[in-house]
Ligand binder design. Structure first.
Ligand code: UGA
Length: 443
């Protein structure tokens, strides 16, 4: 099939590279530098395996990025994969979706072949796909030539390629079985045979399901963090053991109960706020979602307070923050808890240094607060430090071990914001505190 993807960001590029295994894919992107990088085989985003696959697909001629609409031609499907960031008031900024929908409507003459399916993948408030696309296709009496689908993505940064091939489910929100079958036939040659089912829902249910899925995962994390706060006050209790026991109830599942620095990234914070805003516009109150957000916002403060409890006073202390990305295996720092930890430490007068394995990539895109240096050299970042706060659970910290991490520090003081180390791994020579269990000396 011939497929056009509008937006070569994280979702568009990953989806394009995966779909071009079996289809002819064109990526339409407004950022010229991004188009050039993609066509040179250099992924502008950090995603394991993406560079190699991108090069292969370009060499096979199955994938190409375009900057202008000149070369689009007739298509079987068009995906909308543009950003839907939070506006300053927490509302969902739909300007990119609007432009993409306008583009499609204005280029229908070139795009239409036999039957065109327009697939919204960007996360949008329920009703958006109908308003921007279905109603307009209907108004132009084109329903026999074009169909509209909302097909949410459930890709995690860092494992997007794997997630694309092994989804737990593929949700296809549309009006008739015709669009459903076209979208299924796009995915069927790509997705592993033993993956989850294809679900045919209506468009609005699919739109709401994306918000509800991310909000529920965020809820699990905040719930686990709230129980961790309680566990810390109960000598002997350990949140890891507690949530393992809870999660093994088959009605619950143990995943996404990891307590620590809280959730960040471009999705959970944005989508919980977005769903709250959708509800507010409908006159519905969302006390659960508000609490999820509040609990999450308290996490960085909790880690900094833990450090203060160890050091007494943070002023003029040299503190190394371990990890800057919102999670391992990405260079994405959007809503990263590490950024808030740095800010809180600076507010209390600490001198902050940062380590992240992808620091050189990150500092190309992110301006760090004044006085903060970031490096990917672990030894350099920790030398002469008075303390360290581990915020992102990059595997290198576990591999280096507590003795390795503290070897070059002035004082061996560490707050483990991701529960990387078990109680048995903590030597008595190290002042160590983590989330969800009391300090060793207190048990
Ligand atoms: C998330 C969802 O997992 C995807 O299904 C979804 O498609 C994507 O958002 C999206 O909407 O595009 P992502 O933001 O890449 O994916 O990252 P996750 O792996 O879900 O982690 C999100 C945050 O939660 C990270 O900061 C992570 O450290 C934190 N987290 C995760 C925890 O604090 N505890 C956990 O147990 C799991």
């Amino acid at each position: 099939m011939k497929i056009l993807i509008i937006g070569a960001g994280y979702v568009g590029l990953s989806t394009g590279v995966v779909l071009s295994e079996s289809h002819e894919v064109r990526l339409l992107e407004i950022d010229r530098a991004r188009v050039e990088a993609i066509n040179r085989g250099e992924s502008p985003i950090y995603e394991r395996g993406l560079d190699t696959l991108l090069k292969e697909r370009l060499a096979e001629g199955k994938l190409r990025a375009l900057h202008t609409s000149d070369e689009i031609g007739p298509m079987d499907a068009v995906f909308i994969c543009v950003g839907t960031p939070s506006g300053s008031d927490g509302s969902v900024d739909l300007s990119q979706v609007e432009s993409a929908a306008d583009f499609i409507m204005n280029h229908l003459d070139e795009l239409l072949k036999d039957y065109l399916v327009i697939i919204m993948k960007s996360t949008v408030p329920p009703g958006t796909t109908r308003r921007y696309l279905v109603d307009r296709i209907e108004d132009q009496h084109l329903l026999d030539r074009a169909g509209v689908v909302f097909n949410p993505e459930f890709l995690r940064e860092g494992t997007a390629l794997d997630d694309s091939k092994n989804p737990d489910r593929t949700v296809i929100g549309c009006t008739t079985s015709k669009e459903f079958e076209v979208v299924r036939s796009i995915y069927e040659p790509i997705i592993d045979k033993d993956s989850g089912p294809y679900l045919h829902t209506n468009i609005e249910s699919a739109e709401l399901c994306k918000y509800a899925s991310n909000s529920f995962l965020a809820t699990k994390i905040s719930f686990s963090n709230e129980i961790a706060n309680i566990a810390e006050q109960i000598p002997g209790a350990d949140i890891g053991e507690v949530m393992k026991c809870v999660g093994l109830d088959s009605r619950i599942s143990p995943r996404f109960f990891g307590s620590g620095a809280g959730y960040g990234g471009s999705c959970f914070p944005k989508d919980t706020l977005g769903l709250m805003r959708v509800a507010e516009d409908l006159g519905i109150s969302t006390p659960i979602l508000s609490a999820v957000d509040t609990v999450n916002k308290q996490r960085p403060l909790r880690l900094v307070n833990m450090l203060e409890s160890l050091l007494g006073n943070l002023s003029m202390q040299r503190v190394t923050v371990l990890g800057l990305a919102f999670k391992p295996n990405t260079d994405d720092t959007r809503y990263s808890p590490a950024l808030r930890v740095i800010e809180l430490l600076q507010n209390r007068g600490s001198i902050v240094r940062v380590h992240d394995p992808l620091a050189p990539r990150i500092v190309q895109k992110l301006e760090l607060p004044n006085g903060v240096e970031a490096t990917n050299d672990l030894e350099e970042s920790l030398t002469d430090a008075d303390a360290a706060v581990l915020v992102t659970d990059w595997p290198v910290y576990k591999e280096t071990g507590l003795s390795g991490l503290t070897r070059f520090m002035k004082s061996a003081v560490l707050v483990d914001g991701r529960r990387v180390f078990s109680e048995e791994e903590v030597p008595s020579s190290i002042q160590y505190i983590t989330v969800g269990r009391t300090k060793k000396s207190e048990t």
